[in-house]
Design a protein around this ligand. Structure first.
Ligand SMILES: Cc1cc2nc3c(=O)[nH]c(=O)nc-3n(C[C@H](O)[C@H](O)[C@H](O)COP(=O)(O)OP(=O)(O)OC[C@H]3O[C@@H](n4cnc5c(N)ncnc54)[C@H](O)[C@@H]3O)c2cc1C
Length: 338
């Protein structure tokens, strides 16, 4: 097949800039190329790995099989009325570019999710979220290829089984290849301004009644001030999920740490800020070789140059151990490891 490449370095294909090689590599721009690549893997009797923008990955070794990079493009309006528009977006579209484009059309909903790296097809995999919005809130349905049976299946929002950084697809990683995602966006804006930093930044800029595009711009400003740009300092965003704990445990921890950051999710369950725990344990700005904890945001692990995936994971394990010892809290790694 034409698109097949051999021994391709994945360094430019992952935001943590880990230099491992894929024995076989296909960047697929159409459904036919996707199907040909999967048929090749089947004929060779080798596994395959689905790659989007590589912004939620830790690669730990050369991949002796097929990496299938999803690069399909296209956006189509399926239907619209006075209130809503429904769009179908191909999996390989860049997420942030799509969000910006939708806002420029006057369609809102995704503004809080501006500047999240990666592709549209990977967004449902971990139900991306930021500033009080998750992709599930505006996702109508999606189409996925069952890589075991070759069937093309539709998944309603409910069938995707979304929860915090989770979905049916993350539970069955590699089985379902998301081909396209349908979004239902608003024509009349319903803004989500409940997150303090957004309100604060709007106030600083003297904006009392923001448009969705202004909210998007503010989100970009906040993110740029907090998170390193992977093009300048390689990273994979938040390295750990914010841990869910009982409210009873929060009360116990608050006695020892009155400044503990927590958000109550119900009477019984609360979410802790993983970044706060890591910072409190003294890791912020730590560096070991080329693997480090970002100096401005302790939740982000960075590669200063030539760290391997194993170096990054070793650092992550040390952090997990200290958090367990100090707070009796388990931190779960967010990115996918390969
Ligand atoms: C600086 C930075 C900031 C970030 N901020 C956030 C944030 O605020 N909120 C948030 O939720 N995440 C955030 N992330 C994580 C990341 O951007 C998201 O998880 C994103 O959706 C990953 O997309 P990707 O295309 O890069 O996926 P990849 O890293 O390429 O893949 C991720 C997983 O999805 C699978 N996959 C990829 N494409 C498909 C497909 N078409 N079908 C099925 N499976 C597929 C892969 O096999 C892999 O298991 C951040 C990352 C960085 C680097």
């Amino acid at each position: 097949m034409d698109a097949l490449q051999y021994d391709v370095s994945l360094k430019p294909y992952n935001t943590l800039a880990i230099d491992v090689k894929a024995k076989y590599f296909v960047s697929a721009q159409s459904l036919i190329q996707i199907q040909q690549a999967l048929a090749f893997a089947q004929a060779q009797g080798i596994p395959f790995f689905l790659l989007g923008g590589g912004s939620n990955l830790v690669l730990t070794q050369d991949i002796p099989y097929l990496v299938l990079h999803i690069a399909t493009k296209g956006i189509q309006v399926l239907s619209e009325d006075q209130q809503h528009v429904t769009l179908e977006v191909q999996a390989g579209e860049n997420w942030h570019a799509f969000v910006q484009w939708s806002l420029a059309q006057g369609w809102s909903g995704l503004e809080n999710l501006s500047l999240i790296p990666g592709t549209v097809g990977a967004a449902p995999v971990q139900n991306i979220g930021a500033y009080g919005v998750e992709v599930k809130d505006y996702l109508d349905s999606l189409t996925a290829l069952d890589t075991q049976t070759g069937e093309v299946l539709d998944f309603s929002n409910a069938k995707c089984q979304f929860s915090y950084r989770e979905s049916y697809f993350k539970q069955h990683l590699g089985r379902y290849l998301i081909l396209s995602v349908r979004f239902r966006l608003n024509k009349q804006a319903k803004l989500h301004l409940e997150y303090g930093p957004i309100r604060q930044q709007l106030a600083e800029e003297g904006i009392a009644e923001p448009t969705p595009q202004q909210v998007a711009a503010v989100v970009c400003t906040i993110r740029q001030s907090k998170l390193p740009n992977p093009a300048e300092l390689a990273n994979t965003g938040s390295f750990f999920k914010n841990p869910l704990v009982s409210t009873a445990q929060v009360q116990r921890l608050k006695q020892a740490y009155p400044d503990l950051i927590s958000y109550n999710l119900s009477n019984e369950q609360a979410k802790l800020a993983a970044g706060w725990l890591i910072e409190k344990a003294g890791w912020k700005g730590y560096r070991q070789g080329d693997a480090g904890v970002h100096a401005k945001q302790a939740l982000v692990l960075v590669n200063y140059g030539n760290a391997s995936g194993k170096d990054i994971l070793q650092l992550a394990q040390k952090i997990q151990q200290t958090i367990r010892d100090k707070f009796q809290v388990s931190l779960e790694i967010e990115p996918n490891r390969l």
